[in-house]
Design a protein. Structure first.
Lengths: 311, 373
């Protein structure tokens, strides 16, 4: 196993950031930690990259214990923190050279690995890192994390604050790296990115809701979801919540996703209910669930009382 | 070794690219040296002097003339009454009032003794003290002359036996305060600069998040710390050199002792300061916090360094505290070596203390620097 966690728990004063988490990441896997802000993703990364001690539990990375063999881990992992943490006042080239040097290697030695990524920022290699665009900063940070040919790569929210085109490019790069056999643990708050991972763990409030491949997670979801559409979106959500025996109602792009609490759902009844409340252009169609729908469902079930759903 | 060299190189690049920082590092301290050395004077001149002469005799005029002749006093005004003079002092127009009683002349001739009223504005205590000494000297002088002229009839019989002291000021025979202050202020500047820069440096990496990235690399503690601190050690020595040149060229401070000896001491001394800077940055999270803590220590160190007030005149407990003050030793040494020409043997005690201090400080700093939290 490339990464193993056993009953990892970590609290900050009164808040439990990570609560009894166990999972394993296989060698060569692209594993995603999916969850909202404050779910405990960064804490997990900091524990696995030896920056933080867990209160309880054991963890290994690349076969090394995170407490005992921290020195070995630091040699064999690449870490890209959520915040851009390269030297803004050094140039692209100087940053890369700096990280190569402190890992005791050279840019030339591992150029193959970063070539795909680095060629995209090479035209700007004399530019200071602080003056790069968000997407280019991420590419540089990834290059720096890869320069010593790590066995395991940790990417903490690498695409937060990056434009959609750069996000897509970034994930393409991750896929290619993954093909080269680098185990990757990546976290993201974006549910659409989850589908690109080999396996994902849905995490909320320091607890894991589900671990599986994205397709399995979607397949196992039994609840039928309906796309509801009408002219006045806000009023629509309000009225749907008043519909008897509704289970969940939340905005999903241009639609509202609706699930019913039992099998006796008749779209005609809902349509009638809505038109009585002055809604126009009503459409109700069944749709297949996405990771986000599953997450919403699991997160709702976890809480004792149903939450106000929002997206 | 390669790693350390690379970190040092990186630090220098960052220092020289920081356009806001460069003038602060190089120009400000030297400006301060030039300005402070000229301004921080212990000489008290241009004392605003006034008098109330109730006597208006030849003797009272003679006394006032004695004050006029002194370069320390500016005769501002004569007031008709004590009340007027006092009002002027209230307004801050005069520093000193001399009140001569109406029977000054007659008493002086008849009784050979007379009381004078002297009022000194003592808001600034040390200034008032110096003024009082000046006034007493002038009156004493006047007294001696009067004694001779009034008892001139048989001088041999009546002359008092007087002991005359002629002081000779060693190591600074004109009592030029600049010669005394410039080396001290130089020490202060070198200390402030290296402490602030080193204290804020590692915190800055914490603040911008780069430390987190660095901590997940196999870099060794000692490599990182040496790489980080060496540039500031070198900068400290550079500032010292420029400062010494300015002292020589602009202030003509004598450099009797050996310059390499000053550098030897500076080398060790800077280690203490850098260790302190590192220690501060280990216990702070932002540059602002680091700056405040560094300031707190610097202010105490400066005030208790013997630079502005002699350590010997401090209360006993305060004198003991100054033993912990590294600036104190450096001020002592630089004055000893530059002005007195002390040799290696003379500075051994201070050098030993500072070396020990450097060891303890850096051990603490390295120990408190953690890559994990």
């Amino acid at each position: 196993m490339s990464i193993t966690l056993k009953n990892i728990t970590k609290s900050y004063k009164k808040v439990t950031a990570v609560d009894d988490i166990s999972f394993e990441v296989k060698p060569g896997e692209l594993f995603g930690l999916i969850g909202p802000d404050g779910a405990g993703k960064t804490t997990l990364f900091r524990i696995l990259t030896t920056l933080l001690f867990a209160d309880k539990g054991e963890a290994t990375v690349a076969g090394y214990d995170v407490v005992k063999d921290y020195k070995e881990i630091r040699k064999s992992v690449g870490y890209m923190p959520g915040r851009f943490s390269l030297y803004q006042d050094l140039t692209v080239e100087e940053n890369l050279e700096f990280f190569a040097t402190i890992f005791g290697t050279t840019i030339e030695e591992n150029y193959d690995l970063i070539k795909d990524i680095y060629v995209q920022i090479e035209p700007f290699k004399k530019r200071r890192a602080g003056k790069l665009s968000g997407g280019m900063k991420q590419k540089l940070a990834l290059s720096c994390a890869l320069i010593h040919k790590p066995k395991v790569l940790f990417l903490d929210e690498p695409t937060t604050g990056v434009d959609p085109v750069s996000r897509k490019e970034f994930w393409d790069m991750l896929k290619r790296l993954n093909d080269k056999g680098i185990t990757t643990l990546v976290s993201t708050p974006y549910m659409d990115e989850a589908a690109l991972c080999d396996r994902i763990a849905l995490i909320q409030e320091g607890k894991i809701l589900k671990i599986d491949s994205p397709s399995n997670i979607i397949d196992q979801h039994e609840k039928q979801i309906y796309n509801v559409e009408a002219k006045d979106m806000y009023q629509l959500i309000q009225n749907l919540k008043e519909f008897p025996e509704n289970e969940s109602v939340y905005a999903f792009g241009e639609f509202v996703h609706y699930t019913h609490s039992n099998e006796n759902f008749h779209p005609e009844k809902l349509e009638k209910f809505l038109s009585e409340r002055d809604h126009k252009n009503i459409s109700i169609k069944p749709t297949s669930p996405s990771i986000e729908d599953v997450f919403m469902d699991l997160a709702r079930k976890k809480d004792v009382k149903p939450t106000e759903n929002e997206a | 070794m390669k790693t350390i060299i690379y970190i040092v190189q990186k630090e220098f690049r960052q220092i020289f690219r920081n356009k806001g920082m460069l003038p602060i590092i190089f120009v400000l301290p030297l400006l301060q040296l030039i300005i402070l050395s000229n301004a921080a004077t212990f000489d008290i001149e241009n004392i605003k002097f006034s008098y109330v002469d109730h006597d208006r005799s030849s003797s009272s005029r003679g006394l006032v003339e004695n004050f006029e002749a002194s370069t320390y006093f500016n005769i501002l005004n004569s007031f008709p009454s004590h009340k007027h003079a006092y009002e002027a002092m209230e307004k801050g127009e005069v520093d000193v009032i001399l009140e001569i009683p109406s029977d000054f002349h007659t008493q002086l001739i008849r009784e050979k003794q007379v009381d004078l009223g002297v009022y000194i504005n003592a808001i600034d205590g040390s200034k008032a003290g110096v003024e009082s000494v000046y006034i007493n000297q002038i009156i004493k002088n006047f007294n001696r002359n009067i004694a001779i002229s009034t008892t001139g009839f048989n001088p041999l019989q009546n002359q008092k036996i007087e002991v005359l002291t002629v002081p000779s000021f060693w190591y600074n025979n004109t009592l030029n305060y600049k010669i005394f202050m410039v080396p001290g202020i130089l020490v202060l500047l070198v200390t402030m600069l290296t402490l602030f820069l080193s204290g804020m440096n590692i915190v800055r990496e914490k603040e911008i998040g780069t430390l987190e990235q660095i901590n997940v690399t196999p870099i060794k503690k000692y490599q990182f710390i040496i790489g980080k601190l060496f540039p500031f050690w070198a900068l400290g020595l550079l500032i010292m050199t420029i400062g010494l040149l300015i002292s020589k060229i602009i202030f003509a401070v004598p450099m009797i002792g050996s310059i390499p000896l000053i550098y030897l001491f500076t080398t060790v001394y800077l280690l203490v300061i850098l260790g302190m800077g590192l220690f501060i940055s280990n216990y702070t999270d932002t540059q602002q916090q680091a700056m405040f803590i560094a300031w707190f220590f610097v202010v105490i160190f400066i005030l208790m360094s013997g630079l502005f007030t002699p350590i010997e005149s401090m209360p006993d407990w305060a004198q003991k505290i100054t033993l912990l003050n590294p600036i104190r030793y450096f001020v002592e040494i630089i004055r000893m070596v530059m002005l007195k020409g002390s040799g290696f043997k003379d500075i051994i005690p201070q050098l030993t203390i500072i070396s020990g201090y450097a060891l303890v400080m850096n051990a603490l700093a390295v120990w408190s620097y953690k890559k994990t939290n």
